[in-house]
Design a protein. Sequence first.
Length: 194
Amino acid sequence: PKDPSKKGFALDSSVYRMAQTLMAQNPKVPKAKIGLRLKDETVEMALNAIMKEDADFYGVLLVNEHGNAADKYIADLKSLVLAIKSRRVLAGADITEEQLKAITSLDDLTERRLFIMYKTKPDDYPAAAWMGRMLPLAPGSASWAFKQLEGVKKDKLNTDIIEKLKKSHINRYIDINDRGVTMEGKVMGKGEYI
């Protein structure tokens, strides 16, 4: 629609901005679906209900609905892992430094179908951009590493945080010679490549 807010999404909402970033890539996915969860549903419950209604999709992105409440977002990530364990879907999520600090154990996020992108800007959606850029390609035809993303700010990270992210199999979008580049291209499950 010309005015997405008439469908329930404000132009400045996280859902709208994430979808906008997803669709801004080249190549890009031809279409996207937005699934909602009820107030008392976990991510796992919501995804199960969505898939009963319509399972014709491959990628799932998690929107942070909790603002600065990092522990609630991490609980959503853990619920997402439970939801995708027996499904043929790829899930992506973004994580900030505050959210990374709230993770008590990365073992709870170890999953071959989940990738996480680190971000320093709260209004960026690198996981959505990356999924939008890569899902149009045939599976296995290209590495997810070293890709440029539209609409995502390049992070300048120090060596300590880079090493921590590498060790945790968390991807990043950084500045190399004035170009944004995705690094690693790995899922949370033992550092396998996406």
